[in-house]
Design a protein. Structure first.
Length: 188
């Protein structure tokens, strides 16, 4: 299967030979952006979009509480204990959309950017973990033909499926070997 020591390295720590052997990625890089550039772009985007996030959140017309209660099925794995005990729904029913929006209005936009910036190391680690898989997926997708509408549609679906596989890897559902196998299957 895969060498465990290589599997825990980030793309910046791998030698060109390890990249090629482990992921089939050529050393020149497929994504045309380094992991460090990606992290810097994310951080700059969070800071630049803080005011936009605040304005958009303040102006919502949706029933935030009702939508949160309706989304329980989607988030059941992460909130299973709270849902089983009824604590989540009880807590949500004790507030209102107006109270949530009042809290957003009272919160400066910089708080959003500050909170996200504090999580930059965590986010950076996730980029480092997924970067080699994204390079491998991009390389495999780029090899797919795109002459006909059917081929272009297949390529588009392959991109979605590779993203889902990488998401499963990041969520701990599958290991790196299974992720690579899923990428290969999606891009055939």
């Amino acid at each position: 299967m895969f060498d465990e020591a290589t599997a825990t390295k980030t793309v910046d720590q791998m030698t060109p030979e390890e990249l090629h052997e482990f992921f089939g990625v050529q050393p020149e890089g497929i994504l045309k952006v380094t992991a460090e550039e990606w992290k810097a772009d994310w951080s700059a985007g969070v800071t630049a979009n803080a005011d936009r996030w605040k304005k958009r959140t303040e102006g919502t017309k949706k029933d935030i509480i009702g939508l949160s209660i309706a989304a329980e099925g989607k988030y059941a794995d992460k909130t299973k204990k709270a849902i089983d005990s009824g604590a989540r729904a009880k807590a949500l029913k004790q507030t209102s959309t107006a109270e949530v929006l009042a809290a957003v209005v009272a919160t400066p936009a910089s708080t959003y950017a500050d909170g996200a910036t504090k999580r930059a190391p965590k986010f950076g680690k996730r980029i480092d973990i997924q970067y080699p898989l994204r390079e491998y997926a991009k390389q495999q997708i780029d090899k797919m033909p795109q002459d006909t509408d059917a081929q272009r549609e297949k390529k588009m679906l392959a991109a979605r499926r590779t993203n889902l596989a990488i998401g499963q890897f990041l969520g701990g559902i599958i290991d790196v070997g299974a992720c690579r196998t899923a990428i290969d299957a999606a891009t055939k």
